[in-house]
Ligand binder design. Structure first.
Ligand code: HAM
Length: 420
Protein backbone atom coordinates (compact mmCIF):
# COMPACT_ATOMS: atom_id res chain seq x y z
CA UNK A 1 0.00 0.00 0.00
CA UNK A 2 1.58 3.37 -0.97
CA UNK A 3 1.17 6.53 1.09
CA UNK A 4 -1.44 7.90 -1.29
CA UNK A 5 -3.83 5.15 -0.21
CA UNK A 6 -6.57 6.39 2.08
CA UNK A 7 -7.30 4.13 5.01
CA UNK A 8 -10.26 3.97 7.39
CA UNK A 9 -10.09 6.15 10.51
CA UNK A 10 -8.47 4.61 13.59
CA UNK A 11 -11.04 2.83 15.73
CA UNK A 12 -13.48 2.31 12.84
CA UNK A 13 -13.99 -0.94 10.94
CA UNK A 14 -15.16 -2.06 7.54
CA UNK A 15 -17.60 -4.93 7.74
CA UNK A 16 -16.68 -7.13 4.77
CA UNK A 17 -19.07 -9.72 3.24
CA UNK A 18 -17.65 -12.61 5.29
CA UNK A 19 -18.41 -10.63 8.49
CA UNK A 20 -21.68 -9.06 7.38
CA UNK A 21 -23.28 -12.51 7.28
CA UNK A 22 -22.71 -12.68 11.02
CA UNK A 23 -24.11 -9.18 11.53
CA UNK A 24 -27.26 -10.09 9.58
CA UNK A 25 -27.75 -13.22 11.58
CA UNK A 26 -27.33 -11.27 14.85
CA UNK A 27 -29.75 -8.57 13.65
CA UNK A 28 -32.34 -11.20 12.63
CA UNK A 29 -32.19 -12.71 16.09
CA UNK A 30 -32.54 -9.29 17.79
CA UNK A 31 -35.62 -8.47 15.68
CA UNK A 32 -37.15 -11.87 16.35
CA UNK A 33 -36.73 -11.92 20.12
CA UNK A 34 -37.65 -8.25 20.70
CA UNK A 35 -40.88 -8.86 18.79
CA UNK A 36 -41.71 -11.78 21.14
CA UNK A 37 -41.58 -9.19 23.93
CA UNK A 38 -43.68 -6.61 22.07
CA UNK A 39 -40.94 -4.10 21.18
CA UNK A 40 -41.05 -1.92 18.05
CA UNK A 41 -38.10 -0.41 16.22
CA UNK A 42 -37.16 3.25 16.54
CA UNK A 43 -34.51 4.95 14.38
CA UNK A 44 -33.09 8.33 15.32
CA UNK A 45 -30.71 10.67 13.42
CA UNK A 46 -26.94 10.11 13.52
CA UNK A 47 -26.34 13.50 15.15
CA UNK A 48 -28.13 15.57 17.72
CA UNK A 49 -27.72 18.88 19.54
CA UNK A 50 -24.75 18.63 21.92
CA UNK A 51 -26.83 19.81 24.87
CA UNK A 52 -29.04 16.72 24.61
CA UNK A 53 -26.13 14.60 25.87
CA UNK A 54 -24.61 17.09 28.31
CA UNK A 55 -28.00 17.50 30.01
CA UNK A 56 -28.86 13.80 30.26
CA UNK A 57 -25.67 11.72 30.26
CA UNK A 58 -24.02 14.45 32.38
CA UNK A 59 -21.26 17.06 31.90
CA UNK A 60 -18.88 15.28 34.27
CA UNK A 61 -19.11 11.83 32.71
CA UNK A 62 -16.27 10.45 30.57
CA UNK A 63 -18.56 10.29 27.55
CA UNK A 64 -19.50 13.99 27.60
CA UNK A 65 -16.30 15.44 29.03
CA UNK A 66 -13.82 13.71 26.74
CA UNK A 67 -15.24 11.23 24.23
CA UNK A 68 -17.80 13.03 22.06
CA UNK A 69 -17.29 13.93 18.41
CA UNK A 70 -18.70 17.45 18.54
CA UNK A 71 -18.50 20.44 16.25
CA UNK A 72 -20.13 23.76 15.53
CA UNK A 73 -21.76 23.76 12.12
CA UNK A 74 -21.89 26.56 9.55
CA UNK A 75 -25.06 27.90 11.19
CA UNK A 76 -23.38 28.12 14.61
CA UNK A 77 -25.19 25.09 16.10
CA UNK A 78 -23.33 22.81 18.51
CA UNK A 79 -23.80 19.27 17.26
CA UNK A 80 -22.58 15.82 18.30
CA UNK A 81 -22.45 12.38 16.69
CA UNK A 82 -24.56 10.17 18.96
CA UNK A 83 -22.37 8.58 21.67
CA UNK A 84 -25.34 6.60 23.03
CA UNK A 85 -29.02 6.12 22.28
CA UNK A 86 -31.04 6.48 25.47
CA UNK A 87 -30.93 10.29 25.28
CA UNK A 88 -31.91 10.35 21.57
CA UNK A 89 -34.75 7.90 22.08
CA UNK A 90 -36.03 9.91 25.07
CA UNK A 91 -35.83 13.08 22.94
CA UNK A 92 -37.87 11.42 20.20
CA UNK A 93 -40.34 10.05 22.77
CA UNK A 94 -40.94 13.58 24.10
CA UNK A 95 -40.92 15.30 20.69
CA UNK A 96 -43.54 12.97 19.21
CA UNK A 97 -45.61 12.79 22.36
CA UNK A 98 -45.50 9.00 22.27
CA UNK A 99 -46.63 8.83 25.91
CA UNK A 100 -49.99 10.33 24.97
CA UNK A 101 -50.60 7.77 22.24
CA UNK A 102 -49.76 4.75 24.41
CA UNK A 103 -49.28 4.50 28.17
CA UNK A 104 -46.43 2.04 27.61
CA UNK A 105 -43.91 2.42 24.79
CA UNK A 106 -41.51 -0.45 24.22
CA UNK A 107 -38.86 0.52 21.68
CA UNK A 108 -35.80 -1.25 20.32
CA UNK A 109 -32.90 -0.08 18.17
CA UNK A 110 -29.85 -1.23 16.23
CA UNK A 111 -27.50 1.65 15.47
CA UNK A 112 -23.96 3.01 15.05
CA UNK A 113 -22.46 5.20 17.78
CA UNK A 114 -19.34 7.27 18.20
CA UNK A 115 -17.01 7.71 21.15
CA UNK A 116 -13.42 8.88 20.98
CA UNK A 117 -12.00 6.19 23.24
CA UNK A 118 -8.60 4.51 23.03
CA UNK A 119 -9.19 1.67 20.54
CA UNK A 120 -8.46 -1.89 21.66
CA UNK A 121 -10.08 -5.32 21.30
CA UNK A 122 -13.82 -4.79 21.81
CA UNK A 123 -13.50 -1.00 22.03
CA UNK A 124 -13.89 1.16 18.94
CA UNK A 125 -14.55 4.79 18.02
CA UNK A 126 -17.46 3.84 15.81
CA UNK A 127 -19.29 0.89 17.32
CA UNK A 128 -22.78 -0.56 17.22
CA UNK A 129 -25.37 -1.21 19.87
CA UNK A 130 -28.68 -2.92 19.97
CA UNK A 131 -30.89 -2.09 22.87
CA UNK A 132 -34.33 -1.34 24.19
CA UNK A 133 -35.99 1.53 26.02
CA UNK A 134 -39.35 1.05 27.72
CA UNK A 135 -41.22 4.17 28.80
CA UNK A 136 -44.28 4.43 31.03
CA UNK A 137 -44.04 1.95 33.89
CA UNK A 138 -42.35 2.46 37.23
CA UNK A 139 -43.17 -1.07 38.35
CA UNK A 140 -40.56 -3.78 38.88
CA UNK A 141 -42.23 -6.18 36.41
CA UNK A 142 -40.78 -4.18 33.54
CA UNK A 143 -37.31 -4.14 35.12
CA UNK A 144 -37.44 -7.94 35.19
CA UNK A 145 -38.86 -8.10 31.66
CA UNK A 146 -36.09 -5.90 30.24
CA UNK A 147 -33.39 -7.99 31.92
CA UNK A 148 -35.07 -11.22 30.79
CA UNK A 149 -35.19 -9.91 27.21
CA UNK A 150 -31.45 -9.16 27.19
CA UNK A 151 -30.69 -12.62 28.55
CA UNK A 152 -33.04 -14.31 26.03
CA UNK A 153 -31.25 -12.68 23.12
CA UNK A 154 -27.84 -13.76 24.40
CA UNK A 155 -29.09 -17.28 25.08
CA UNK A 156 -30.62 -17.57 21.61
CA UNK A 157 -27.19 -16.66 20.19
CA UNK A 158 -25.63 -19.49 22.14
CA UNK A 159 -23.48 -17.22 24.34
CA UNK A 160 -22.17 -18.93 27.43
CA UNK A 161 -20.45 -17.94 30.65
CA UNK A 162 -22.27 -14.63 31.03
CA UNK A 163 -22.77 -12.94 34.38
CA UNK A 164 -25.53 -10.55 35.35
CA UNK A 165 -24.44 -7.95 37.89
CA UNK A 166 -27.27 -6.13 39.59
CA UNK A 167 -27.72 -3.15 41.87
CA UNK A 168 -30.13 -0.40 42.83
CA UNK A 169 -28.79 3.12 43.13
CA UNK A 170 -32.11 4.37 44.48
CA UNK A 171 -33.73 7.70 43.85
CA UNK A 172 -31.78 10.97 43.48
CA UNK A 173 -32.33 11.78 47.19
CA UNK A 174 -30.49 8.68 48.37
CA UNK A 175 -27.75 9.41 45.90
CA UNK A 176 -27.20 12.84 47.51
CA UNK A 177 -26.87 11.26 50.97
CA UNK A 178 -24.68 8.46 49.67
CA UNK A 179 -22.45 10.89 47.80
CA UNK A 180 -21.84 12.81 51.05
CA UNK A 181 -21.11 9.57 52.94
CA UNK A 182 -18.67 8.42 50.25
CA UNK A 183 -16.86 11.76 50.28
CA UNK A 184 -16.63 11.61 54.07
CA UNK A 185 -15.17 8.10 53.87
CA UNK A 186 -12.68 8.98 51.12
CA UNK A 187 -11.50 12.31 52.57
CA UNK A 188 -8.78 10.85 54.84
CA UNK A 189 -7.47 8.87 51.81
CA UNK A 190 -7.56 11.84 49.41
CA UNK A 191 -3.77 12.10 48.98
CA UNK A 192 -3.57 8.36 48.10
CA UNK A 193 -6.10 8.67 45.28
CA UNK A 194 -5.11 8.82 41.62
CA UNK A 195 -5.33 12.16 39.85
CA UNK A 196 -8.53 11.06 38.06
CA UNK A 197 -10.19 10.03 41.32
CA UNK A 198 -9.10 13.26 43.00
CA UNK A 199 -10.84 15.14 40.22
CA UNK A 200 -13.92 12.94 40.57
CA UNK A 201 -13.94 13.45 44.35
CA UNK A 202 -15.81 16.74 44.02
CA UNK A 203 -17.49 16.41 40.62
CA UNK A 204 -18.79 12.87 40.70
CA UNK A 205 -17.43 10.78 43.61
CA UNK A 206 -19.60 7.76 42.71
CA UNK A 207 -17.43 7.29 39.62
CA UNK A 208 -14.47 6.54 41.92
CA UNK A 209 -16.19 3.20 42.53
CA UNK A 210 -15.42 2.28 38.89
CA UNK A 211 -11.66 2.52 39.50
CA UNK A 212 -9.37 -0.18 38.13
CA UNK A 213 -6.39 0.86 40.36
CA UNK A 214 -5.73 -1.98 42.81
CA UNK A 215 -4.73 0.27 45.74
CA UNK A 216 -8.00 2.20 45.32
CA UNK A 217 -10.02 -1.00 45.13
CA UNK A 218 -8.40 -1.93 48.46
CA UNK A 219 -9.29 1.43 50.03
CA UNK A 220 -12.86 1.07 48.80
CA UNK A 221 -13.31 -2.32 50.47
CA UNK A 222 -14.59 -0.59 53.61
CA UNK A 223 -16.49 2.17 51.82
CA UNK A 224 -20.20 2.57 52.56
CA UNK A 225 -22.62 0.80 50.20
CA UNK A 226 -25.40 2.58 48.39
CA UNK A 227 -27.76 -0.19 49.47
CA UNK A 228 -27.60 1.22 53.02
CA UNK A 229 -28.91 4.54 51.74
CA UNK A 230 -31.97 3.36 49.83
CA UNK A 231 -35.35 4.70 50.93
CA UNK A 232 -37.96 2.13 51.96
CA UNK A 233 -39.72 2.54 48.61
CA UNK A 234 -36.48 2.04 46.68
CA UNK A 235 -35.68 -1.05 48.73
CA UNK A 236 -39.17 -2.51 48.19
CA UNK A 237 -38.89 -1.86 44.45
CA UNK A 238 -35.52 -3.59 44.30
CA UNK A 239 -36.72 -6.54 46.38
CA UNK A 240 -39.54 -7.07 43.91
CA UNK A 241 -37.18 -6.92 40.92
CA UNK A 242 -35.12 -9.65 42.59
CA UNK A 243 -38.21 -11.71 43.35
CA UNK A 244 -39.28 -11.62 39.68
CA UNK A 245 -35.79 -12.58 38.53
CA UNK A 246 -35.92 -15.56 40.88
CA UNK A 247 -39.31 -16.56 39.44
CA UNK A 248 -37.81 -16.33 35.93
CA UNK A 249 -34.83 -18.40 37.13
CA UNK A 250 -32.41 -15.70 36.08
CA UNK A 251 -29.20 -15.79 38.06
CA UNK A 252 -27.59 -12.55 39.17
CA UNK A 253 -24.88 -11.26 41.43
CA UNK A 254 -25.71 -8.32 43.70
CA UNK A 255 -23.03 -5.69 43.18
CA UNK A 256 -23.51 -2.80 45.61
CA UNK A 257 -20.69 -0.90 43.87
CA UNK A 258 -22.25 -1.01 40.40
CA UNK A 259 -23.21 2.62 39.79
CA UNK A 260 -22.72 2.86 35.97
CA UNK A 261 -21.07 5.86 34.33
CA UNK A 262 -24.07 7.87 33.15
CA UNK A 263 -25.94 10.47 35.23
CA UNK A 264 -29.52 9.64 34.25
CA UNK A 265 -29.78 6.34 36.13
CA UNK A 266 -32.10 5.79 39.10
CA UNK A 267 -32.94 2.61 41.03
CA UNK A 268 -32.17 -0.63 39.09
CA UNK A 269 -28.80 -0.74 37.32
CA UNK A 270 -27.26 -3.81 35.71
CA UNK A 271 -24.45 -5.04 33.53
CA UNK A 272 -23.86 -8.33 31.75
CA UNK A 273 -20.25 -9.40 31.46
CA UNK A 274 -18.36 -12.22 29.78
CA UNK A 275 -15.15 -13.79 31.01
CA UNK A 276 -14.09 -14.45 27.39
CA UNK A 277 -13.57 -10.85 26.30
CA UNK A 278 -10.48 -9.58 28.12
CA UNK A 279 -10.43 -6.03 29.48
CA UNK A 280 -13.58 -4.86 27.71
CA UNK A 281 -15.76 -7.49 29.33
CA UNK A 282 -19.13 -5.66 29.50
CA UNK A 283 -21.39 -6.78 26.68
CA UNK A 284 -24.44 -4.99 27.96
CA UNK A 285 -25.34 -2.23 30.38
CA UNK A 286 -28.64 -0.81 31.44
CA UNK A 287 -30.91 0.53 34.07
CA UNK A 288 -33.84 2.66 35.07
CA UNK A 289 -33.93 6.41 34.34
CA UNK A 290 -37.11 7.71 35.93
CA UNK A 291 -36.00 11.36 35.82
CA UNK A 292 -34.70 11.47 32.24
CA UNK A 293 -37.73 12.78 30.33
CA UNK A 294 -38.11 15.56 32.89
CA UNK A 295 -34.40 16.47 32.57
CA UNK A 296 -35.06 16.91 28.85
CA UNK A 297 -38.11 19.11 29.33
CA UNK A 298 -40.78 16.40 28.91
CA UNK A 299 -43.49 15.16 31.25
CA UNK A 300 -42.16 12.95 34.05
CA UNK A 301 -42.24 9.40 32.66
CA UNK A 302 -40.49 6.41 34.18
CA UNK A 303 -38.24 4.41 31.89
CA UNK A 304 -35.79 1.53 31.77
CA UNK A 305 -33.60 -0.02 29.10
CA UNK A 306 -30.31 -1.58 28.16
CA UNK A 307 -27.83 -1.49 25.32
CA UNK A 308 -25.40 -4.17 24.19
CA UNK A 309 -22.19 -3.72 22.21
CA UNK A 310 -22.66 -5.69 18.98
CA UNK A 311 -18.95 -6.03 18.18
CA UNK A 312 -18.45 -7.61 21.60
CA UNK A 313 -21.41 -9.95 21.11
CA UNK A 314 -19.98 -10.97 17.72
CA UNK A 315 -16.57 -11.68 19.23
CA UNK A 316 -18.36 -14.21 21.45
CA UNK A 317 -20.34 -15.67 18.53
CA UNK A 318 -17.18 -16.52 16.56
CA UNK A 319 -17.57 -20.27 16.57
CA UNK A 320 -21.23 -20.30 15.54
CA UNK A 321 -22.28 -21.40 12.06
CA UNK A 322 -23.84 -18.72 9.96
CA UNK A 323 -26.09 -19.27 6.98
CA UNK A 324 -24.64 -17.84 3.82
CA UNK A 325 -26.99 -16.71 1.13
CA UNK A 326 -25.96 -19.45 -1.28
CA UNK A 327 -25.92 -19.35 -5.05
CA UNK A 328 -28.36 -22.04 -6.23
CA UNK A 329 -27.99 -22.02 -10.01
CA UNK A 330 -25.01 -21.21 -12.21
CA UNK A 331 -25.60 -20.67 -15.92
CA UNK A 332 -22.61 -21.95 -17.85
CA UNK A 333 -22.51 -20.51 -21.35
CA UNK A 334 -20.30 -20.56 -24.37
CA UNK A 335 -20.42 -18.50 -27.53
CA UNK A 336 -21.28 -14.91 -28.32
CA UNK A 337 -24.82 -15.74 -29.48
CA UNK A 338 -25.84 -17.18 -26.12
CA UNK A 339 -25.21 -13.99 -24.12
CA UNK A 340 -28.61 -12.36 -24.63
CA UNK A 341 -30.41 -15.63 -23.76
CA UNK A 342 -28.25 -16.06 -20.65
CA UNK A 343 -28.82 -12.56 -19.26
CA UNK A 344 -32.59 -12.90 -19.81
CA UNK A 345 -32.70 -16.40 -18.29
CA UNK A 346 -30.77 -15.26 -15.19
CA UNK A 347 -33.23 -12.40 -14.74
CA UNK A 348 -36.25 -14.73 -15.07
CA UNK A 349 -34.80 -17.21 -12.55
CA UNK A 350 -33.99 -14.42 -10.08
CA UNK A 351 -37.56 -13.15 -10.43
CA UNK A 352 -38.62 -16.63 -9.27
CA UNK A 353 -36.52 -16.06 -6.10
CA UNK A 354 -33.78 -18.42 -7.26
CA UNK A 355 -30.24 -17.22 -6.47
CA UNK A 356 -28.61 -17.31 -9.88
CA UNK A 357 -25.16 -16.42 -11.20
CA UNK A 358 -23.63 -16.45 -14.64
CA UNK A 359 -20.14 -15.82 -15.96
CA UNK A 360 -19.28 -12.13 -16.28
CA UNK A 361 -15.70 -12.66 -17.38
CA UNK A 362 -16.38 -14.59 -20.62
CA UNK A 363 -14.31 -17.50 -19.36
CA UNK A 364 -13.87 -20.99 -20.81
CA UNK A 365 -16.42 -23.76 -20.21
CA UNK A 366 -13.99 -25.53 -17.90
CA UNK A 367 -13.33 -22.39 -15.84
CA UNK A 368 -17.07 -21.73 -15.50
CA UNK A 369 -17.78 -25.27 -14.31
CA UNK A 370 -14.94 -24.93 -11.83
CA UNK A 371 -16.43 -21.67 -10.56
CA UNK A 372 -19.88 -23.27 -10.21
CA UNK A 373 -18.31 -26.10 -8.25
CA UNK A 374 -16.48 -23.67 -5.98
CA UNK A 375 -19.74 -21.86 -5.26
CA UNK A 376 -21.22 -25.18 -4.22
CA UNK A 377 -24.27 -24.65 -6.44
CA UNK A 378 -26.88 -27.38 -6.71
CA UNK A 379 -27.49 -27.04 -10.45
CA UNK A 380 -25.80 -25.66 -13.52
CA UNK A 381 -27.66 -24.81 -16.72
CA UNK A 382 -25.44 -25.27 -19.73
CA UNK A 383 -26.01 -23.27 -22.93
CA UNK A 384 -23.80 -23.36 -26.00
CA UNK A 385 -24.49 -22.64 -29.69
CA UNK A 386 -25.71 -26.24 -30.12
CA UNK A 387 -28.20 -25.97 -27.25
CA UNK A 388 -29.39 -22.60 -28.52
CA UNK A 389 -30.04 -23.99 -31.99
CA UNK A 390 -31.92 -27.03 -30.74
CA UNK A 391 -33.69 -25.07 -27.96
CA UNK A 392 -32.62 -27.86 -25.59
CA UNK A 393 -30.57 -26.79 -22.54
CA UNK A 394 -28.57 -29.13 -20.32
CA UNK A 395 -29.32 -29.09 -16.59
CA UNK A 396 -26.59 -30.62 -14.48
CA UNK A 397 -27.25 -31.80 -10.92
CA UNK A 398 -24.01 -31.23 -9.05
CA UNK A 399 -24.85 -33.64 -6.28
CA UNK A 400 -25.60 -36.71 -8.42
CA UNK A 401 -23.67 -35.66 -11.53
CA UNK A 402 -26.79 -36.42 -13.64
CA UNK A 403 -27.43 -34.33 -16.71
CA UNK A 404 -30.84 -33.78 -18.28
CA UNK A 405 -32.10 -32.02 -21.42
CA UNK A 406 -34.81 -29.38 -20.89
CA UNK A 407 -36.52 -27.21 -23.48
CA UNK A 408 -35.71 -23.50 -23.25
CA UNK A 409 -39.36 -22.47 -22.88
CA UNK A 410 -39.86 -25.03 -20.07
CA UNK A 411 -36.69 -24.22 -18.13
CA UNK A 412 -38.23 -21.86 -15.56
CA UNK A 413 -41.01 -24.33 -14.79
CA UNK A 414 -38.45 -27.14 -14.56
CA UNK A 415 -36.06 -25.26 -12.25
CA UNK A 416 -38.96 -24.29 -10.02
CA UNK A 417 -39.93 -27.93 -9.62
CA UNK A 418 -36.50 -28.91 -8.33
CA UNK A 419 -35.53 -29.01 -4.68
CA UNK A 420 -32.74 -26.70 -3.52
P1 HAM B 1 -22.93 1.90 28.04
O1 HAM B 1 -22.57 1.07 29.22
O2 HAM B 1 -22.17 3.16 27.84
O3 HAM B 1 -24.48 2.20 28.19
O4 HAM B 1 -22.83 1.04 26.72
C1 HAM B 1 -23.50 -0.21 26.58
C2 HAM B 1 -22.62 -1.23 25.91
O5 HAM B 1 -22.11 -0.70 24.67
C3 HAM B 1 -21.36 -1.61 26.69
O6 HAM B 1 -21.65 -2.59 27.66
C4 HAM B 1 -20.48 -2.14 25.57
O7 HAM B 1 -20.82 -3.49 25.28
C5 HAM B 1 -20.85 -1.28 24.38
N1 HAM B 1 -19.85 -0.21 24.17
C6 HAM B 1 -19.75 0.97 24.81
N2 HAM B 1 -18.70 1.68 24.33
C7 HAM B 1 -18.13 0.93 23.37
C8 HAM B 1 -17.01 1.11 22.47
N3 HAM B 1 -16.29 2.21 22.47
N4 HAM B 1 -16.72 0.11 21.59
C9 HAM B 1 -17.46 -1.03 21.57
N5 HAM B 1 -18.53 -1.24 22.37
C10 HAM B 1 -18.86 -0.29 23.26
C11 HAM B 1 -25.22 2.96 27.33
O8 HAM B 1 -24.83 3.32 26.25
C12 HAM B 1 -26.63 3.18 27.81
N6 HAM B 1 -27.30 4.05 26.83
C13 HAM B 1 -27.34 1.86 27.97
C14 HAM B 1 -28.77 2.01 28.40
C15 HAM B 1 -29.86 1.89 27.59
N7 HAM B 1 -29.19 2.30 29.60
C16 HAM B 1 -30.50 2.37 29.59
N8 HAM B 1 -30.91 2.15 28.38
Amino acid sequence: MNNKTIRAIKGTQDILPEESIKWQSLEDQIRKITSHYGYHEIRTPAFEKTKLFSRSVGEETDIVSKEMYSWTDQGGEDLTLKPELTASVARAFIQHNLGRINPINKLYYIDALFRRERPQKGRYRQFHQFGVEAFGSEHPEIDAEVIALAISIFKSLGLEGLKLNLNSIGSPECRINYRAALQKFLKPHFSELTETSQKRFNDNPLRILDTKASHEIKILEDAPNISDYLTNEDQTHFNEVIEYLDILEIQYKLMPRLVRGLDYYTRTTFEITSSNLGAQNAICGGGRYDGLTEMLGGKPTPGIGFAAGMERVLLLMKSKQFNKNKVQIYIVSLGEKTRATVIKLAQDLRNQSLNTEFDLLRRSLKAQLKEANKMNVKYAIIIGDKELESNQLEVKDFLTGNQQKVELNKIIEHMNSLSF
